[in-house]
Design a protein around this ligand. Structure first.
Ligand SMILES: Nc1ncnc2c1ncn2[C@@H]1O[C@H](COP(=O)(O)O)[C@@H](OP(=O)(O)O)[C@H]1O
Ligand SMILES: [Mg+2]
Ligand SMILES: [Mg+2]
Ligand SMILES: [Mg+2]
Length: 353
């Protein structure tokens, strides 16, 4: 019996249900975007998915704290936006009644939905049980029909214990070739994966369904015998990580395969299943602090699949500080045996700047 069996099951079902909503938004709705203070695109999908996930967590673990990316303030002002989201949230459920029942059933009304979204305002920290939610990670990928992820992790006393990633646009087949997006003309057929890990218990993948959980498979990173033959993943957005530095590092390692660019924590998931090998996220700004919800689930899934994840200084990502990874800079994720060599190359390139 897994040490976090109930947490894992609820987390996976919650992510699966939220993924139904995000797919509905993509397929059915005009992908209405509104601008937040930080000008990042945020869609009705982000708010809706966050409401559904928090509803499931509150029904099962009422005392746990939650750190989530979005907040309801804007929805309180904007009646149309609120109604649109409520429309989706109140009509999205798992097709399996037993699974849906485990998530606590329907949200009462619009006001309750707003309250739920705002439960995600915990400051985080080193004490107690805290969930981290990114309802849509890779919002830009989501909008362009590329990769995105619905992300959920449980931290206990600042350490990630459970991580779940729903990746609706990744191929179900763990050995499918790595590409950044949904190539034009492709359908949902054969796509949609739910990744998960519990600390000390390995990492798994399974097909994302609309009902009960599909059968899982263990996943592991590829063993790299020759680093020059590795493939690395990086953000599509040059504003999120430095393509230039990453290319120099690849060159230094003798890597000739082109990097695969994809949005979201689908990068962590892709290397964890052995479809790629290395994920580099090198800072472009002195001041930007990475958000815990952008990394918590992916960090655990990669480590449980046989990888090592550190920042550019070789420090483990520290989720115990608050809502951001203020003790870390950048991300270097690679198979454990290859990580020292990759980190050395990262530091060599960055030290010359
Ligand atoms: N200057 C910056 N540097 C690094 N990450 C940034 C950034 N500005 C925004 N981000 C984060 O990058 C995430 C997407 O990562 P990626 O580039 O790997 O797809 C965004 O998540 P959201 O899409 O959830 O807002 C956002 O939190
Ligand atoms: Mg965002
Ligand atoms: Mg994100
Ligand atoms: Mg997001």
């Amino acid at each position: 019996m897994s040490s976090y069996a109930k947490e894992l099951e609820i987390a996976q079902l919650a992510v699966q249900r939220a993924s139904i909503l995000t797919k509905r938004v993509f397929h059915e709705k005009a992908k209405g975007t509104v601008s937040k203070d930080d000008k990042s695109p945020v869609t009705i999908g982000d708010f809706g998915a966050q409401a559904l996930i928090i509803s499931a967590l509150k029904a099962n673990f009422p005392d746990d704290e939650i750190v989530a990316e979005e907040e309801a303030a804007q929805l309180r002002e904007d009646e149309n936006l609120r109604h649109t989201i409520w429309d989706l949230v109140s009509t999205t459920q798992l097709s399996d009644p037993e699974a849906e029942g485990m998530l606590g059933g329907a949200i009462d009304d619009e006001e309750a939905m707003l309250t739920l979204i705002d439960y995600g305002n915990s400051k985080g920290g080193a004490k107690g049980r805290i969930w981290a939610i990114d309802p849509i990670d890779g919002t830009k990928g989501f909008l362009r029909g590329g990769q995105y992820a619905v992300c959920l992790a449980l931290m206990v006393d600042g350490d990630v214990k459970v991580g779940v990633l729903g990746c609706p646009n990744l191929p179900i087949d763990d050995s499918a070739p790595l590409t950044g997006g949904m190539e034009s003309g492709q359908t949902d057929e054969g796509r949609g994966v739910l990744f998960s890990a519990v600390l000390g218990e390995g990492a798994t993948s399974r097909a994302l369904t609309t009902g009960e959980l599909a059968r899982q498979k263990d996943i592991s990173m590829r063993a790299i015998t020759n680093i020059a033959s590795a493939t690395f993943c990086e953000s599509v957005e040059a504003g999120h990580s430095s393509h230039g530095d990453q290319a120099e590092i690849a060159k230094l390692l003798g890597i000739t395969n082109p990097s695969v660019r994809m949005d979201s924590q689908a990068k962590y998931a892709s290397i964890a299943r052995g479809a790629g090998d290395i994920y580099l996220r090198l800072p472009v700004s002195e001041t930007y602090q990475e958000k815990i919800w952008d990394h918590a689930a992916g960090d655990l899934i990669v480590r449980e699949a046989g990888g090592a994840v550190t920042d550019i200084h070789g420090k483990r990502l520290d989720f115990s500080i608050g809502r951001t990874l203020s003790n870390n800079k950048g991300v270097v994720a690679a198979p454990a045996a290859a990580h020292p060599e990759v980190l050395k190359a990262v530091q060599e390139v960055l030290s010359k700047k």
